[in-house]
Design a protein around this ligand. Structure first.
Ligand code: GLY
Ligand code: MN
Ligand code: MN
Length: 430
C-alpha cells in the first residue's frame, strides 16, 4: 500500500454503526473482491471491495469479515479471516497480513486463517437465525461478473436453507453516505493530490501537446504523492472530443484555439476525488469560450449553494435545470420557443447539458448514499454542470467535490484548485 495506515478507530466506528442496525441473532459476512484475470497468467491490479474495506480496513485479497453482535462467545462478535501467509508467499508475492497486523489494521481481536472459515461459520450459524447477504443495489450498477459475494450467497443458500436472509446493502448505503471526520481527511488528501496534478498541467500545456502526455503528467504527480493513480479512467478531451461524455481514448493532439476538458481525479487510500476543469490549449479563452465557461461556473456555484441538509436530490436536479435554462437563453443557445415547447420528461436544456449534476463520492467515485431521502451533513457530493456545443467544437464542464454542513454553504474540498478563467489564464502564462 502506498498510503499511510488509517487509524483502526475509523473501522471500529463503522462496524458499530452497521451492527447497531442488525436484527437479533443475525450474522453478516463480507467478502473481498477476486483478483480478476486478464488472460494467461496476467491479472488486473487488485482492488478491494469497498464494503469490507469500509468495515475492516483490510486491503487484501481473500479476506472475509464476520459480524455477529449476539454471539454467545464474545470473541466471535467480530471475526476477520485472512489468507494464511507463509515463507513461500512472502518470497513470491511479498508480505501478507499476519494475525497481529490484521488486528492492528482493523481493530478486530479475533483473527483466523481463511481455511478455518467453514468450520467456524457452521458453528456460529447454529446460534443464528438470520444471515445478511451483501448484494449490490447501487443505482448505477450493471455487473455481469460473478463476485466472491455472489458465490458466497449461493453457497449459503444451499448449505443453510432454513435460515432467514437479510440485506446488508440498505444499511451500507445509509452509513457509507455520511462520512466520518477521518474519511473527510482522506478525501481532502485525494483532492489535494488532484490539485497538484492540475497545477502541473497548467504549467505543461501548450499547443501541440498530446492528450496522453497530459494524462502522463497527472499520473506522475499522483503516484509521487502516495496515490496509486486515477480514481477512475481519466477523460482528457480536447476540442470536440469533449462532446463525447465518456471519451477515454486520450490520443489526440491539442490544437491552439481549442479547449481541453479534463475529468481527472486522484485516489488516496481508496478514496476518490472527482474533478473536472476545462482550460484553453493556448492559455487564453476566446470571448465566446469565456462566456460559456462563466455560465457553467455560475450554474456550479448556484447549484452548490443548494446542497444543504433537507435537499432532495431529484428536486435539486430540477432546480439546477431551471438555472441552466436561464444561462442557455442568455447564451443564445435556446430561445423562448424551445423552452415553451419543451417536454416535461426531456427539458430543452438537456440538448446542451444531458447528464446529472451531482452524485455521492467516497470510497467509490459514484458512491453509496441515500438519494431518495433528504440530504444530511457530512454527505459528500460532486457538483458538475456542463455545456456541450458540438456545433462550436467545444464542451465545458466544471466539477468540484463538496461536503454538506449542518448550516450554511457546503465546504468545498477543491476550494484551492484554480477555477476562475482569469486565474487559469494567469497560471498558464506565468
Ligand atoms: N468522473 C466521473 C463523473 O464525473 O461522474
Ligand atoms: Mn468527474
Ligand atoms: Mn463526477
Amino acid at each position: 500500500m502506498k498510503y499511510e495506515q488509517i487509524s483502526d478507530k475509523l473501522f471500529i466506528k463503522n462496524r458499530k454503526k452497521f451492527m447497531a442496525q442488525m436484527k437479533p441473532k443475525s450474522i453478516a459476512v463480507f467478502n473481498s473482491n477476486d483478483v480478476y484475470p486478464v488472460s494467461a497468467d496476467s491479472t488486473m491490479p487488485f482492488e478491494q471491495h469497498r464494503d469490507i474495506l469500509y468495515l475492516s480496513g483490510a486491503d487484501q485479497e481473500e479476506t472475509m469479515l464476520l459480524l455477529f453482535p449476539d454471539a454467545i462467545d464474545v470473541k466471535h462478535r467480530e471475526v476477520l479471516f485472512v489468507r494464511e501467509t507463509n515463507e513461500h508467499i512472502a518470497v513470491w508475492e511479498g508480505a501478507k497480513l499476519t494475525k497481529a497486523q490484521a488486528t492492528g489494521v482493523s481493530g478486530i481481536k479475533t483473527i483466523y486463517w481463511l481455511t478455518d472459515f467453514d468450520k467456524v461459520f457452521f458453528d456460529l450459524m447454529t446460534e443464528a437465525d438470520t444471515i445478511y447477504f451483501n448484494t449490490n443495489e447501487h443505482y448505477r450498477q450493471a455487473v455481469e461478473t460473478q463476485t466472491r459475494e455472489d458465490r458466497f450467497i449461493e453457497k449459503c443458500k444451499r448449505e443453510f436453507p432454513a435460515h432467514q436472509w437479510a440485506k446488508s446493502n440498505p444499511i451500507l448505503q445509509e452509513i457509507r453516505g455520511e462520512k466520518e471526520p477521518e474519511e473527510l481527511d482522506l478525501m481532502q488528501r485525494a483532492c489535494d493530490i488532484t490539485e497538484k496534478g492540475f497545477r502541473r498541467i497548467l504549467r505543461f500545456t501548450k499547443p501541440g501537446v498530446w492528450e496522453y502526455e497530459l494524462e502522463a503528467e497527472y499520473l506522475h504527480e499522483f503516484i509521487r504523492n502516495r496515490s496509486k493513480g486515477f480514481a477512475y479512467t481519466p477523460i482528457i478531451a480536447s476540442g470536440n472530443n469533449a462532446n463525447v461524455l465518456h471519451y477515454i481514448e486520450n490520443n489526440q493532439e491539442c490544437q491552439s484555439g481549442d479547449l481541453i476538458l479534463m475529468d481527472v481525479g486522484a485516489e488516496y487510500a481508496n478514496y476518490s476525488s472527482d474533478m473536472t476543469r476545462t482550460i484553453p490549449v493556448s492559455g487564453r479563452f476566446t470571448q465566446r469560450q469565456r462566456d460559456v465557461y462563466n455560465a457553467v461556473l455560475r450554474v456550479k456555484n448556484e447549484a452548490t449553494r443548494m446542497l444543504v441538509p433537507g435537499t432532495i436530490w431529484a428536486e435539486y436536479h430540477k432546480e439546477v435545470g431551471k438555472i441552466m435554462t436561464a444561462e442557455l437563453l442568455k447564451l443564445g443557445l435556446l430561445d423562448r420557443a424551445d423552452v415553451q415547447n419543451e417536454k416535461a420528461d426531456w427539458p430543452a436544456y438537456k440538448k446542451y447539458f444531458m447528464h446529472g449534476t451531482s452524485h455521492h463520492i467516497g470510497l467509490d467515485t459514484h458512491d453509496y448514499g441515500e438519494l431518495k431521502k433528504a440530504m444530511k451533513p457530512n454527505m459528500v457530493f460532486t457538483v458538475e454542470p456542463g455545456i456541450y456545443i458540438p456545433d462550436e467544437g467545444m464542451g465545458i464542464r466544471l466539477e468540484d467535490d463538496v461536503v454538506i454542513q449542518e448550516t450554511g454553504e457546503p465546504f468545498n474540498l477543491m476550494r484551492n484548485i484554480p477555477i476562475e478563467a482569469e486565474e487559469i489564464e494567469e497560471l498558464m502564462n506565468s
